[in-house]
Ligand binder design. Structure first.
Ligand code: TXA
Ligand code: MG
Length: 317
């Protein structure tokens, strides 16, 4: 049994071990940022390539400022409104931040999670915690402690903090000032939607443009990601024998069974359910998971959910 209490988790983290902890987005595989062996163990446990940088989790803005060599005024505003919560801010790093965390980049990704267990762990360890999602590289992120057990066969200690309420990873952004206006680069859509960002900035009469950055701007933000064992197909009309024939032709294998992942009506509910549904419906590679894209999914509110579905999918029919 790999479930541990918060106190045990803190003890292990202090000693330089890795522990899976709940966040409001997904479960994270945490390590103290000042222990090189602990950071390397995160990469080894996940089989994560070294070019994919980690997010540092802090308990407050003051700690974020200690990691960043520049901290734009806009970040104070964003943090005051969206922290603790699913927003990750990219800032130039101070020298003390390990290149193992940033994969050699001169910037560092920082967020303050809202899950009380994660916040307590940061405070009790006394050092910020680096944490990627607690899954094997390229696979579906875990939103429960049981998912973490499935990923690592019980070999990783995990604190059970219930199901993650947001359900998809944090929004990752960077901001640059040009004159009177801010250019916000959206590196990964996530728990804070583009609409929420926009209305926050508009309310404060801040001038801005939001650009969706290509995956390449955020190393490790790979196209194929979040993949369950069964292939995923995005469909634009009801499933039929004709679509099945097309799927078999493209996959070059017989599909023996199909299940439909029915997205809930709101993007918030869909985000909360998505990864658990991938896991529930995933079987063998000759089983197919189909998801129908509806007209309303074109709305920006659905951006994060469809970003993850697009990366999980190997077929568009
Ligand atoms: O919600 C989340 O953010 C979760 C929970 C555990 O906090 N964490 C998470 O971590 O999703 P991970 O490692 O699965 O994804 C972090 C992403 C990476 O794909 C990477 O592209 C981006 O953050 N990232 C990290 N540091 C960066 C940097 N300096 N510049 C640009 N992108 C960065
Ligand atoms: Mg991940």
């Amino acid at each position: 049994m790999s479930a541990v209490t918060i106190a045990e988790a803190v003890e292990r983290l202090r000693a330089g071990d890795v522990v899976a902890l709940p966040t409001e987005t997904v479960y994270g595989l945490a390590a103290r940022i000042d222990s090189e062996p602990a950071l390397l163990k995160v990469f080894a446990t996940k089989q994560r390539p070294s070019f994919d940088p980690l997010i540092v989790h802090v308990a407050d803005v003051a700690s974020a400022r200690e990691l960043a060599s520049e901290w734009p005024a806009l970040y104070d505003d964003l943090a005051a409104h969206f922290w603790p919560g699913p927003l990750t801010l990219i800032a130039p790093k101070r020298e003390a931040v390990s290149m193992t965390i940033t994969s050699g980049l001169m910037t560092v990704a920082i967020r303050c999670p809202s899950h009380p267990i994660f916040l307590q762990a940061i405070r009790d360890v006394g050092v910020p915690l680096a944490a990627p999602s607690a899954n094997r590289f390229g696979r579906t992120s875990p939103t429960t402690a049981a998912h973490v057990e499935d990923e690592f066969g019980g070999s990783v200690a995990v604190v059970d903090g219930g199901a993650s309420t947001v359900g998809v990873e944090s929004t990752v952004l960077s901001a640059e000032r040009s004159g009177d206006s801010w250019t916000i680069k959206l590196l990964r859509p996530g728990g804070v939607s583009r609409e929420e960002l926009k209305s926050f900035l508009n309310e404060r009469q801040i001038q801005f443009t939001i650009q969706r950055e290509s995956s390449l701007a955020s190393p490790g933000n790979l196209k194929e990601h979040y993949q369950p064992d069964s292939p995923v197909a995005i469909i634009s009309r009801a499933w039929s024998a004709e679509l099945q024939a097309l799927a078999e032709k493209t996959l070059q294998r017989k599909i023996t069974s199909v299940s439909e992942l029915k997205l809930p009506a709101t993007p918030q509910h869909a985000a909360r359910a998505l990864y658990a549904e991938f896991r529930r419906l995933s079987r063998t590679p000759d089983h197919l998971i189909v998801i129908e894209r509806r007209a309303e999914h074109a709305n920006h509110e659905w951006e994060a959910v469809w970003d993850r579905i697009e990366r999980a999918a190997s077929l568009r029919l």
